[in-house]
Design a protein around this ligand. Structure first.
Ligand SMILES: Cc1ncc(COP(=O)(O)O)c(C=O)c1O
Length: 410
């Protein structure tokens, strides 16, 4: 197997030339040079609004089209018509909940999970309040750390309108069996809305294979600009009555997008897909852009899971550390490299502050997975200490945080 070109990868990211160790990746990743360049170039050459007859406006329209197409390519969709871009995953989900909820009536049911980030819970709870919907809570299994299909079955009924669930947890790092869960929900006639925010940075996503109706993610968590991204089935997006302003266009995808597009960020988004293609070429990928993107994900994931394994092994040897997620080496394929833990004596926020003072960036707290933290019986504010790896992290960085933790927890 080819070795992962870690030095070459790191050289693409200006932020990684500094002293900081970025282990805060589930909250936001660093950005490669080519994405930064694309943003700057769009500000210089495509800063006009779209729809005009002149050059800069046409350039802005080209950027807009490329961004939608790039995301369809990255997520395995058919075309950019299925892609809605907006400020954040949270904003897009709120917006989509408004559009979907218009068709629901009191007594209709929706299913949300006890594992999700609040961005895929609260919009649906608000909609349930507004429309008199019944909310069913889908638990996760404390032993497997995942949502099990058997727990979904009893919650489904002919009144179920929607299942909203995450693909990978932003706290435990577990990957849910979403294809199977989707199949069950679709058989019951429900729509399936997948939060892919923590999956897309690590695993090649294929919306066609999953069979879901919607999948949302955030490009600032996969080396791109601060944008939210929604993929939806074209027929559904077409027939939905969008909760939108009158000046929104009537055709896809613009009918679900509000206001003037952030052209420079869209340029960065298209360049993010180009980064994956570039990475694919460096690790031996060839042929179509799609197959290079797959090669990039394959190599990055194998590399980052190898250092995640080292991190997990190291943590399990620190006295008082309790991992909050899958730790068995045989089940690593069921998780992303986001590793959270608690300590029997130390507060996570204090540890995170001490690590920050040493130039190591991590997050502590509930990470907005409120129900998950409550369900694990953890301190609802202090939650966990979360170390989130990306493909640009190194063995040395893993050893450095392990060394720091050992000293801090001695
Ligand atoms: C799993 C998950 N879903 C949703 C979000 C919210 O994403 P955004 O900041 O784009 O609204 C986050 C952010 O951390 C997340 O981790």
């Amino acid at each position: 197997m080819q070795t992962f070109p870690i030095d070459l990868v790191r050289s693409q990211f200006p932020a990684l030339t500094g002293a900081a160790v970025f282990l805060d990746n589930p909250a936001g990743t660093q950005v490669p040079r080519q994405v930064i360049k694309a943003v700057a170039e769009a500000m210089a050459g495509a800063a006009s609004n779209i729809g005009g007859f002149f050059g800069a406006s046409k350039s802005a329209k080209d950027v807009w089209t490329r961004a939608h197409d790039a995301i369809a390519e990255l997520l395995g969709g058919h075309s950019g018509r299925e892609v809605i871009l907006g400020q954040s995953m949270t904003m897009l989900t709120f917006h989509m909940s408004r559009s979907l909820g218009r068709a629901w009536v009191p007594g209709d049911e929706i299913i949300v999970t006890r594992m999700d980030h609040d961005a895929n819970v609260a919009p649906w709870l608000r909609m349930a309040e507004d429309r008199g919907l019944i909310v069913r809570w889908l638990p996760f299994n404390r032993e497997t750390w995942r949502i099990e299909p058997d727990d979904l079955k009893p919650l489904l009924s002919t009144r179920t309108r929607l299942l909203a669930l995450n693909y990978a947890s932003n706290l435990t790092g577990s990957i849910n069996p979403v294809t199977e869960l989707t199949r069950l929900a679709k058989e019951a006639g429900a729509l399936v809305y997948v939060d892919g925010v923590q999956l897309v940075p690590h695993v090649k996503t294929d919306v066609k294979a999953i069979g879901c109706d919607f999948l949302v993610c955030s490009s600032y968590k996969f080396f791109g600009p601060h944008l939210g991204v929604l993929w939806g089935r074209e027929a559904l997006l077409n027939e939905l009555n969008p909760y939108a302003v009158r000046c929104a266009p009537s055709d896809l995808p613009g009918r679900h997008e509000l206001g003037t597009p952030q052209t420079e960020l869209f340029a960065g988004l298209a360049a993010t897909a180009d980064y994956f293609v570039w990475l694919g070429e460096q690790v031996g990928g060839s042929g179509s852009r799609e197959s290079k993107i797959k090669a990039a994900y394959g190599a990055a994931s194998a590399y980052e899971m190898s250092i995640a394994q080292r991190l997990i092994d190291g943590l399990t040897h620190i006295e008082g550390v309790q991992l909050q997620g899958i730790s068995d080496a045989r089940s690593l394929s069921q998780r992303v490299p986001t590793v959270s833990f608690t300590h029997s004596r130390r507060r996570n926020s204090v540890l995170a502050k001490e690590l920050a003072a040493q130039g190591i960036n991590v997050w502590s707290g509930h990470n907005y997975a409120y129900e998950l933290v409550r369900h694990l019986g953890l301190d609802e504010q202090d939650g966990v200490l979360r170390i989130g790896l990306a493909h640009y992290n190194t063995v040395d960085e893993v050893d450095r945080i392990l060394g720091s933790l050992k000293a801090l927890l001695a």
